[in-house]
Design a protein around this ligand. Structure first.
Ligand code: ZN
Length: 347
């Protein structure tokens, strides 16, 4: 079990942030906005146990959490949605892209992956050899699974994924949507595709608070599953233009605009580094090995650089095909553990 610090903070009167720090894979943040006996939940968590614990702490903080009328899913990744079923009777709001992503990724898929990853790990070098042979005849999936297993098991073994379908948003919107929770105005703004197909942020102007969803990972590498990266940069510029004092990221500690500025610089730097290599004809795998981000050595989950550079190369070439998620996890796992092995050897 990873060491995770879970905490509910009232960041403005009637506005709470729930954080699970440090916020690596699957350990997401959420929020509650309450006023006049009404309440709106920003995101649920990766499994039912984690979500139940969060809802319990919210009920202790305010009676308005006894019956939550509205849930907003910031996007369709399971770590922000798989607990939806516990908010009984609530209207659940998301973008169309959020619904599509969530519908295509039921929690049982993660459960199956963990079972298969355990089995693949047990095969050792036999699995690796078999995977290589199958790839040569056009069946790469076993090799992806064998390669993805170390990272997948480390990242997701702490969660309990049920079989069955996810509970999807019941109301979708495009562009933006304004709601009222008691007398608090809440603006939900679609800013994707970027991290996923349908990212949105939730802005509470009177409290100068914004919940960014995974448009911000604080002190961690962002992961650009979908892109284009330029769209994520535009989304951060939009967030920076808001009148906000408190920024609640999708993962990591509560911050202010400086957290947004750091991720903006990261994405701009990565874009220029990748472009230089793409423009010179360097293959993407070589670019991934070649790019060193010295200023971000302290950030969590550096293996996401693998996905981010692949997305940038797709952006540059105009290729809209998104690789299979298992292939991407395989690449990240090789990035993380192969590099560790090299470092160990050199020491
Ligand atoms: Zn997340």
């Amino acid at each position: 079990m990873s060491s995770v610090a879970k905490k509910l903070d009232e960041i403005s009167p009637g506005v709470w942030a729930y954080t699970q720090l440090p916020g690596s894979w699957g350990w997401s943040n959420a929020g509650l906005i309450a006023d006049g006996g009404e309440s709106l939940l920003v995101d649920t968590l990766f499994d039912l146990k984690a979500t139940a614990g969060m809802l319990e702490s919210m009920r202790k903080a305010t009676a308005a959490a006894d019956r939550i009328e509205t849930v907003v899913n910031t996007h369709g990744n399971g770590d922000h949605c798989y607990g939806n079923g516990l908010v009984v009777g609530a209207e659940i709001i998301g973008t169309p892209g959020c619904v599509d992503d969530l519908a295509e990724s039921p929690p049982g898929q993660n459960r199956l992956f963990l079972t298969a990853a355990h089995a693949a790990s047990g095969l050792g070098s036999l699995g690796r050899g078999l995977g290589r042979a199958l790839r040569k005849v056009g069946l790469p999936q076993l090799e992806w699974l064998v390669d993805a297993a170390p990272l997948g098991l480390e990242a997701f073994s702490d969660f309990d994924f049920p079989w069955g379908k996810p509970v999807l948003p019941t109301r979708t919107f495009k562009g933006s949507l304004t709601l009222h929770v008691g007398s608090k105005r809440v603006e939900i703004v679609e800013a994707g595709p970027a991290h996923t197909r349908g990212d949105a942020y939730i802005y509470v102007p009177d409290d100068r608070v914004v919940f960014t969803g995974d448009l911000l990972f604080k002190d961690a590498h962002p992961i650009v599953w979908r892109g284009p990266v330029a769209n994520w940069i535009a989304a951060i510029q939009k967030l920076l233009s808001l009148d906000v004092e408190t920024v609640v990221p999708g993962h990591g500690p509560i911050t202010d605009k400086s957290g947004l500025e750091q991720t903006l610089s990261y994405l701009e730097l990565l874009t220029s580094e990748a472009w230089r290599r793409y423009d010179a004809g360097m293959p993407v795998e070589d670019a991934i090995d070649d790019i060193v981000l010295d200023n971000y050595r302290g950030w969590l989950d550096a293996e996401r650089v693998y996905v981010n550079i692949r997305t940038l190369y797709r952006d540059f070439s105009g290729d809209s095909t998104v690789p299979h998620v298992l292939e991407l996890f395989a690449g990240m796992s090789r990035y993380k553990y192969a590099r560790t092995a090299v470092t160990t050897t050199l020491c």
